[in-house]
Unconditional design. Structure first.
Length: 441
């Protein structure tokens, strides 16, 4: 980490009180090695510059391929700016040498060479007084499917992914899965299961563990109910086991990615994600977005992505997010090249979307800051293949889950867990037992 600031007083304070390495210089003249930075932050800077293009060009040069530029500026396209005109409090022509709107800053950044430029309003009296702008340096020019993927024989793929399938014998759900890589099942989950889970979640204000199903019976009831377990097996061709939950009630805002390359190489699509709407999903809350048909793209290999990122292995838990700086722009170009159209899951309570492990998807950015998007996301793998995971148990509702233990980083004290379990025993008749262990051959 390093800082750059032309104001010597700020440099002195940063060095003395924050122990930060800060250069006293303008960015355009600072000593920064090309392609050395993962992120460049510019907070309320470029509106002061006579030549913002030069500044952005240096930022582009400093970033590694796929690196992130994060900029904030006053929004001269805000409602207050349009109404007040020259009287707007941020119209300061003696200080601000540039006035940016979402459109003008996007065009400037694209002209310099950035891609995937996105802006989001925030602040001010109406929530749009400023802009947060993110942009990426293009990935390596030689990034290709050949450098990312491997071919897999039909025998290693799930039945519906194979090249030879008797389509006439497939059910409606199986045909949709094979053709589109996803299936939407309206009203699959009952209000009772959803309401029970939401009540339990409110007691602890959410979970930070990735396996909260291990200590929250309501999650097991919801995510392992028989209609969902049966549908997953119908699509994947074999029993599937739950091993991950995402329980946030706002968009993850993760950009375009697939799930399959995050897995060991022997999984090969025997994996599915499930998005359950716990309430009506508003279009401005950052809905789940996906690209139908992208599940037919080649299988990207984890080892090849790690090598491109410069990782020796996948032990760093942040590497999946790091991978997006390479793969998101690559996916965006492929979406455009193939003329594919992303879709959004605008759901009602109880609706379920199941997606293929290679379906390109993302959590879109909400149009309203902090907009609530009540959902629970679960990931499942074929029990037969995940011998890297411990024991399997069957829930009384019908589904299977991997016994990964009560994660210690879930942010829930033992007292609250005990309180939650005692409340569950009093309020529900469904067993809180984990269920019987399953022996794998």
């Amino acid at each position: 980490m390093q800082g750059i600031d032309p104001w010597s007083a700020v440099v002195a304070i940063g060095r003395r009180y924050y122990r930060l390495p800060i250069q006293a210089a303008r960015l355009e003249y600072a000593k920064i090695s090309p392609s050395s930075q993962d992120v460049v932050l510019s907070i309320d800077v470029i509106q002061f510059l006579a030549e913002p293009r030069d500044f952005l060009a240096v930022a582009l040069l400093a970033l590694r391929p796929g690196g992130l530029l994060y900029v904030t500026v006053p929004n001269f396209g805000s409602g207050e700016s349009r109404r007040e005109g020259w009287n707007w409090r941020h119209f300061l022509p003696l200080s601000y040498l540039n006035q940016f709107t979402a459109g003008s800053i996007r065009r400037l950044m694209e002209t310099v060479g950035f891609e995937s430029v996105r802006s989001k309003p925030f602040g001010g009296t109406e929530g749009d007084g400023f802009l947060r702008v993110t942009a990426f340096k293009p990935v390596l020019a030689n990034l290709s499917w050949e450098g990312l993927s491997d071919a897999v024989d039909d025998e290693g793929l799930p039945p519906l992914d194979r090249s030879t399938v008797r389509v006439a014998s497939l059910s409606r759900e199986q045909r949709a899965w094979r053709e589109n890589g996803h299936l939407i099942s309206p009203g699959l989950i009952s209000d009772r299961l959803i309401d029970n889970y939401c009540q339990a979640r409110r007691l602890v204000e959410g979970y930070t563990s990735s396996t909260p199903y291990m200590h929250v019976p309501e999650i097991r009831d919801l995510c392992l109910c028989k209609p969902l377990a049966d549908l997953l097996e119908h699509l994947l061709g074999e029993p599937m086991g739950l091993h991950l939950n995402l329980t946030g009630w706002t968009s993850t805002e993760r950009d375009w990615h697939q799930d399959d390359y995050l897995n060991p190489p022997w999984v090969n699509g025997h994996y599915a994600g499930v998005w359950i709407a716990l309430d009506r999903i508003s279009p401005d809350s950052g809905p789940f977005e996906f690209v139908p048909g992208s599940h037919r793209w080649p299988i990207i290999r984890r080892a090849k992505v790690l090598k491109l990122l410069g990782y020796e292995d996948g032990d760093d838990p942040y590497w999946p997010w790091e991978s997006e700086r390479l793969l998101t722009p690559f996916f965006e170009r492929e979406i455009e090249r193939q003329g594919l159209r992303p879709e959004r899951f605008i759901a009602n309570k109880g609706d379920v979307l199941i997606w293929h492990s290679r379906l390109v998807h993302r959590g879109s950015r909400p149009e309203r800051g902090g907009a609530e998007r009540r959902a629970i996301i679960s990931h499942y793998s074929a029990v037969r293949l995940r011998k890297d995971m411990p024991a399997i148990r069957r829930h009384p509702g019908g589904g299977l889950f991997f016994e990964l233990g009560e994660a210690s980083n879930d942010g829930i004290g033992k007292g609250l867990v005990s309180k939650l379990k005692s409340l569950v025993v009093r309020q529900r008749s469904t067993s809180t037992d984990y269920g019987p262990a399953i022996t794998r051959q």
